[in-house]
Design a protein around this ligand. Structure first.
Ligand SMILES: *[C@@H]1O[C@H](CO)[C@@H](O)[C@H](O)[C@H]1NC(C)=O
Length: 218
């Protein structure tokens, strides 16, 4: 009886420890750490510039009202606002992008290794779908109209397509200053040096010739 109580108590202590340790996001240790673009130091993130030299423009981005150029094979464009454009985002775990899609414009299956994404449709209609890992390979998709928002969990493969007659405009918010993007077709068929075409033929149940044609295209 006493032994069971002790075990129970230890469990409660362990669980409280877990919730104390992990129930919040990692917050910065200072107001900001504006990226010093001149530094050659390599760290996880970017080194901070002298806070005395920080200015309003370090936190500023202009141009999200402007459509991106969708003249490309996918008919889609990304205008990113990440730490690369706005050094004040460094260490803050946040970024956004404007997405423009012409009618039938498409972002091919891709994933963001470091961020969950929230898509908000400002104009048009967007079909969005992602595939789960567990339970395996469930495809969840939705058509979003103006004002609708949709969550794409971190690391999951997803795609977007404009299903409106006109252009579609989306704001994508991500919980990383540098979410990263891995386009599945490019990563698989466009890797340099090539992934052995025998391996891809086996993986995709395709003739090796078809795999080599695909590799030549990417
Ligand atoms: C859009 O991109 C295309 C292809 O790169 C280019 O030819 C065209 O000049 C660009 N248009 C504008 C307005 O920048």
């Amino acid at each position: 009886m006493a032994k069971t109580n002790i075990i129970l108590l230890l469990r409660i202590i362990f669980l409280s420890f877990l919730s104390i340790s992990f129930a919040f996001g990692p917050l910065p240790l200072q107001d900001f750490c504006v990226a010093d673009s001149t530094s050659t130091v390599r760290i996880n993130g970017l080194p901070c510039k002298d806070p005395e030299t920080v200015k309003a423009d370090d936190f500023f981005f202009r141009g999200l009202h402007l459509p991106g150029n969708t003249t490309n094979p996918y008919g889609a464009a990304v205008t990113p606002m990440t730490v690369a454009q706005v050094p004040g985002l460094n260490t803050l775990g946040l970024g956004i992008a404007r997405l423009d899609l012409e009618p039938n414009g498409f972002f091919p299956p891709h994933f963001h290794p470091r961020a969950t994404e929230i898509l908000t449709v400002l104009e048009g209609s967007l079909e969005v779908g992602f595939v789960t890992s567990n339970p395996g390979y469930k495809h969840l998709s939705k058509v979003l109209e103006k004002g609708d928002a949709y969550v794409v969990p971190v690391g999951l493969i997803h795609y977007q397509r404009n299903v409106a007659r006109g252009n579609t405009v989306v704001i994508a918010a991500v919980n990383s200053q540098n979410s990263g993007i891995i386009a599945v077709p490019d990563a698989v068929f466009g890797a340099k040096p090539d992934i052995n075409s025998d391996y891809l033929a086996r993986a995709f149940l395709l003739d090796k010739k078809i795999v080599e044609e695909l590799q030549a295209k990417f």
